[in-house]
Design a protein around this ligand. Sequence first.
Ligand code: BGC
Length: 702
Amino acid sequence: MLKSNERVERIISNMTVEEKAAQMQQVSDTCGKNTIPDKGTIGSYLFTKEENKEKYIGLAKETRHGIQPIFGIDAIHGHACLKGATVFPTQLSLACSFDEELTEEVGAVTAREVRADGHHWVFSPVLCMARDLRWGRVGETFGEDTELVSRLGAAIIRGYQRDGLVAACAKHYIGYGEATGGRDAYDTQITERRAREVLLPAFRAAVNAGCMSVMTAYGSIDATPLTTSHRWMTEILKEELGFDGFVVTDWTNVEFLVNGQHVAENLEEATEMAINAGNDMSMQVEGFYDALVSAVRNGRVSEERLDDAVRRILLVKEKLGLIDENICVPERSVIGCEEHKMLNHRAALESQVLLKNDGALPLRGVEKIAVIGPNADDIKAQYGDWTYFTHPENNPDATPKDDSVTVLSGIRESFAGEVIYAKGVNVTPAENDDELILKALDAARNADVVIAVIGDDTSYNGEWKDRANPTVPGRQAELLKRLSELGKKIITVVVSGRALVLSEVKNYSSAIIQSFSSGDLGGKALAELIFGKENFSARLPISIPTDAACAPTYYNQYDYWHTRGGYIDAKKMIDYPFGFGLSYSDFVYSDVTTDKRCVKIGDKFTLSVDVKNDSDRDGTDVLQLYYRDTVCKILRPVRSLIDFKRVSIKAGESVRVDFTVDSIKLGYLDESCKYRVDAGEIKLFVSGDGTSFKEAIINLTE
Ligand code: BGC
């Protein structure tokens, strides 16, 4: 039972059906029309324009209950749709840090900037998994692993909500990223087991972190739209997980039931289905209010359900000071301030993954560098989606904010010698490609080394942007080949929204850095890492396949298929696995022990490992602990991440690192989808790169 309070109950008991229905409607301030006669009673706006904020609040204050609208915004990597605010690395980029503390701080800073700008609600984090690279929204996720997504998701939610300034919104519930064929907003064929095992834990972690709202996915599971799924919305999310916030649909989901998914004849029926399933607020559907009022009058939606939805919304509004304005709002001057920039710099440093290095890095002893490639000087590609270039309106010609640093400008700042720049080729093939390639070859001929900055851009990432073949687009690989024929060393930086197949790129590069869109200071961080001022510490949150057709390539699959893990024409399926990343330091593991050999189910045990930094560079390692149930009645993945830790170790020093494991986490869902932990052998694997593992074994006992 939802815990309410006297004031909220008093308000609800005095509200009309119309006032309640209005609370449950969200209207977009960019294009939204609505039929609510008393505009002051509208429950929520998204993308509220600066010039309208005070007006809407004023209208609300004049109504009987004076409940202010909640303003929602897609601030999904910083308050990035506002020019001037801090643009953090995207979720996929931030996930490379495997750093919960950093992620929480990013949330807290974002919340401050969002609230200082008059919004109260961020549509973040995305808790979908990136297990199919074709899906356009891979870059919005924390990657392919349940443990990582759950932990970073909970961390950013804690950050967002820490000071009571904004509500977080865990989205998209559920299965959005699993859609068949990687198709955005399509049906997913996963079973309830898979959804529970792989996807639900992140939402459970979000609920446990106190997340105030959840957004419904567009798609369907096994042909039932999530929007109409009482099972997923009410029984599982609200009753089983105990979610006490409110559920908002995604953009026009209710209408989509009529004109996209064809499960309802008209808006009233769609409204009835969505609200009875457990959605509490509808995003951006013009006639929703009328449909809801009518559905209540016709007895198709009960007043009890209406009250429950409004109660959930009002309880969140109360916490955010939208009923009695008891919140101290940060000054506008916090937006993009120095302190926030410093955190962003750290985030950008921790987000760059070194994939290959034959000794070309750190780059020293050169006088002339050719910086070549379409992403060298493109802040839009470095930003990724959901920024002032892309939302609320597409604005590709916006001028970048002054303090953003592209790779080219970062290199110019950090390097005292000569820098020659050539674009080299377009990301998307264009007529002038031949000419650009020739210019780039000229530039490279005169240089000691080439830094090639390639990748994709926002036209390849985001909603509606699924790709059949997520390779490096256009003629960029050809550019690398032609450059390599000059006999120069090529250091390749891949600035991309999602993971791209790098098989060809690998052949021509002495070093490769994967830089998922890493925000304002990505270029600065990259330069500092390239020249060795800083050390790499990031790891891949997603596997990079040898061939897009090998999908799916997430690491935690089942053991056996007849060819034993490879196609006859693609024996090696993964080039760089989840957890992979190099550093200028060398970490050596030894003496992996557990404090118990037999562990009673329900008890905890500690696994310890010695880690030596066997190099002359101070560095930070990311230790990953995986486990495998060696024999289980239900198929279990080859290994599953159960814990991870960032550990900084001085050059030449050793530390002993402990992982405390709760044996309750070592279970599985049995045939009837009930969670259980069985007695038997469990293998534990410690790794710093997802490719080499040190093992230990424990026995679980009854
Ligand atoms: C996206 C959501 C987003 C919403 C509001 C939808 O199309 O799927 O992630 O929060 O739009 O902008």
